[in-house]
Design a protein around this ligand. Structure first.
Ligand SMILES: [Zn+2]
Length: 147
């Protein structure tokens, strides 16, 4: 017991979904430069070496604050780069808007959600390993913190 025990690492996933429009306007001229919508999937992956007193990494219910943040800030919005001229139109139309510092690609949305997830969930025992953002069943991006 103890000294020859293999070290193991645990991971768990939780998936959330939201609906939103976006377009790639910054230095981009493909068809995704047109405003269009996705049913986005967000996968948060949590890792840790030790389970808690209940022998779990984290209660799936305790990941709900991220879902709440997504619902409040991203769901049924138009997601636009801060310098996109469409920002003014969406504001004037009193439509829900989420403004990003970089182009609102899957990569950057994963980066934005990662920052929030780390703020919500990282502690001495567990860490957010990655966030995956999928804009369709076949296309997505993952972002990992580098420590
Ligand atoms: Zn898209």
């Amino acid at each position: 017991m103890g000294s020859n025990k293999e070290k193991i690492r645990f991971e768990l996933n939780k998936e959330f979904r939201f609906e939103a429009a976006h377009r790639l306007y910054k230095n981009y001229s493909g068809k995704c430069s047109n405003n269009h919508g996705h049913s986005w999937h967000v996968i948060v992956n949590i890792e840790g070496m030790e389970l808690d007193e209940s022998d779990i990494l984290i209660d799936f219910n305790d990941l709900k604050p991220l879902k709440k943040w997504i619902n409040e800030f991203l769901d049924h919005t138009t997601i636009l780069w801060e310098n996109d001229p469409m920002v003014e139109y969406i504001k004037e139309s009193n439509q829900r808007l989420f403004i990003t510092k970089k182009s609102p690609s899957s990569e950057h949305l994963a980066e934005v959600i990662l920052a929030k997830a780390m703020e919500l969930f990282n502690n001495d025992r567990i860490k957010v390993k990655y966030i995956e953002v999928k804009e369709s069943c076949t296309s997505g991006a993952k972002v990992y913190p580098i420590s």
